[in-house]
Design a protein around this ligand. Structure first.
Ligand code: NAP
Ligand code: G4F
Length: 334
C-alpha cells in the first residue's frame, strides 16, 4: 500500500487527512517538530496506527532524512505558521516556515526522489484584496498580510518546481475551513467556544474584531478529500477548493448564538485590538474546476458546521475538559 508523509499532522487538517488516508489503507507518516510539551491531542484516536518522526520545515537536512527513511509516495505539506495576525508580529519566521519551508521540502524531494507526489497547502489569503468575485484559479493574486505573501511564494515555487523539474507538484488553493478541531484563535472556533462558555455561565462577553469580514467557510473533513484527489490525477494542476458561498463574521455569530438559544447582540463586543493592519474583506471561491475534474463537492453546510462546533464545545466544557483560561482567551490578541 502507498505511504504518505504529512507535515503539520498535529494541526487541524493534518489530523483529518491522516484519518482519511488510513481509511484508504495508506501507511501514514507524520512529521512533527520538537516542542517542550508533546502536542498530539488531535491524533489521539489514531496514534497507534501512524508513525511519527521529528523534522522541521526550517531545517532541510531533517526533511531529507525523513524522505530517505520513509520513502513516501505522496507528501502533503500542511505545516505552516498559519495564523494571519501573528504574521505581522513575526513576519520573518512566517517567511521562513510558510514560504521558504516549501522550497526546502520541494528541494529535498528533488534530491531524494523527484517521483514523489507533492501537495502544497495554498490559501485563499493569496487573493487578499480581491480582483474578481468569485475567485477562481485564474484570478490575479493580491495578498494583504505577511502570511498571504508567504503563501504566495509557496504557491509559485510549487508551480516552478513542477515546470522546472517535471515534478508532480500540486497546489490546492483552499478557502477557510473549520471543524471542532480548529485552533482556538481562528474566528469560527473563537465564536463557538465563546458561545459555549457564555451559555454555561463561564464567560460574560465575547470580544471580536471586524464583524463585516466575509469568508467562504467549509468543513475541514471535506477539504482533505480534495487534497488526496489532486494527487491521484495523472496531470498535476492547481485547484480552488471552496463552497461557493460566503458569510460575514456577524452571521457566524448569529447562527452560533442562536443555536444555543442566545441573542449575539447581548454578548458580542467589538474590540479594536482584534482589527488587522490590512483586512481581507471578502472571500468567495468558485470550486467549479474541482467539481468538474475531481468530482469533489463539499458535504457539510455552513449552518451545520457552526452548530456542530457549538455542540462540541458545549460537550467539552461540560465534561470539564480544561481549555485555556477563559479570561485570557477574551483578552489575548487572537
Ligand atoms: P494548523 O492547525 O495551524 O496546523 C499547522 C501545523 O503546522 C501544525 O501541525 C504545526 O505544528 C505545524 N508547523 C508549524 N510550523 C512548523 C515548522 N516550522 N515545521 C514543522 N511543522 C510546523 O493549520 P490547519 O488549519 O490545519 O492548516 C493546514 C495548512 O493549510 C496550513 O499550511 C495553513 O496555512 C493552510 N490553510 C489552512 C486553511 C484553513 O482555513 N484551515 C485554509 C487555507 C490554507 P505544531 O502543532 O507543533 O504547532
Ligand atoms: O479566522 P481568521 O483568523 O482566519 P483568516 O484570517 O481568514 O485565515 C484563515 O483562513 C485562511 C484561508 O483564507 C488560511 F490560509 C489561514 O491559515 C487561516 O486558516 O479570521 C477570519 C476573519 C478576518 O477577517 C478577521 O479580521 O475574521 C475576522 N475577525 C473578526 N474578529 C477575527 C476576529 N478573526 C480572529 N482570528 N479573531 C477575532 O477576534
Amino acid at each position: 500500500m502507498p505511504t504518505a508523509l504529512i507535515t503539520g499532522i498535529t494541526g487541524q487538517d493534518g489530523s483529518y487527512l491522516a484519518e482519511f488516508l488510513l481509511q484508504k489503507n495508506y501507511t501514514v507518516v507524520g512529521m512533527v517538530r520538537r516542542t517542550s510539551i508533546i502536542n498530539l491531542e488531535r491524533l489521539e484516536p489514531i496514534q497507534d496506527r501512524i508513525s511519527l518522526v521529528q523534522g522541521d520545515l526550517l531545517d532541510e537536512g531533517s526533511l531529507i532524512g525523513v524522505l530517505r527513511e520513509f520513502a513516501p509516495d505522496e507528501v502533503y505539506n500542511l505545516a505552516a505558521m498559519s495564523f494571519v495576525p501573528t504574521s505581522w508580529q513575526q513576519p520573518v519566521l512566517t517567511g521562513e516556515a510558510t514560504a521558504l519551508g516549501v522550497t526546502r521540502m520541494l528541494d529535498a524531494i528533488r534530491l531524494v526522489n523527484k517521483g514523489m507526489r507533492f501537495y502544497q497547502a495554498s490559501s485563499s489569503e493569496m487573493f487578499g484584496k480581491v480582483q474578481e468575485v468569485p475567485q477562481r484559479e485564474s484570478t490575479p493574486f493580491y495578498p494583504r498580510s505577511p502570511y498571504g505573501v508567504a503563501k504566495l511564494y509557496g504557491h509559485w515555487i510549487t508551480v516552478n518546481y513542477r515546470e522546472s523539474y517535471g515534478m508532480h507538484a500540486t497546489s490546492g488553493i483552499l478557502f477557510n475551513h473549520g471543524s471542532p478541531r480548529r485552533g482556538l484563535e481562528f474566528v469560527e472556533r473563537k465564536i463557538s467556544l465563546g458561545v459555549a462558555a457564555i451559555k454555561l455561565g463561564q464567560l460574560d462577553k465575547l470580544r471580536l474584531g471586524n464583524m463585516d469580514a466575509q469568508r467562504d467557510l467549509g468543513f475541514a473533513g471535506d477539504y482533505v478529500q480534495a487534497m488526496w484527489l489532486m494527487l491521484q490525477q495523472s496531470d498535476p494542476q492547481d485547484f480552488v477548493i471552496a463552497t461557493g458561498s460566503t458569510h460575514s463574521v456577524r452571521e457566524m455569530c448569529a447562527v452560533a448564538f442562536e443555536h444555543a438559544g442566545l441573542d449575539y447582540n447581548k454578548y458580542v463586543v467589538q474590540d479594536q485590538r482584534f482589527y488587522r493592519p490590512a483586512e481581507v474583506d471578502l472571500l468567495v471561491g468558485d470550486p467549479a474546476k474541482a467539481g468538474r475534474l475531481l468530482g469533489w463537492e463539499p458535504e457539510l453546510g455552513f449552518k451545520e458546521l457552526m452548530h456542530s462546533m457549538v455542540d462540541s464545545d458545549l460537550a467539552k466544557l461540560q465534561s470539564g475538559v480544561r481549555l485555556p483560561d477563559l479570561q485570557e482567551f477574551t483578552t489575548v490578541r487572537f
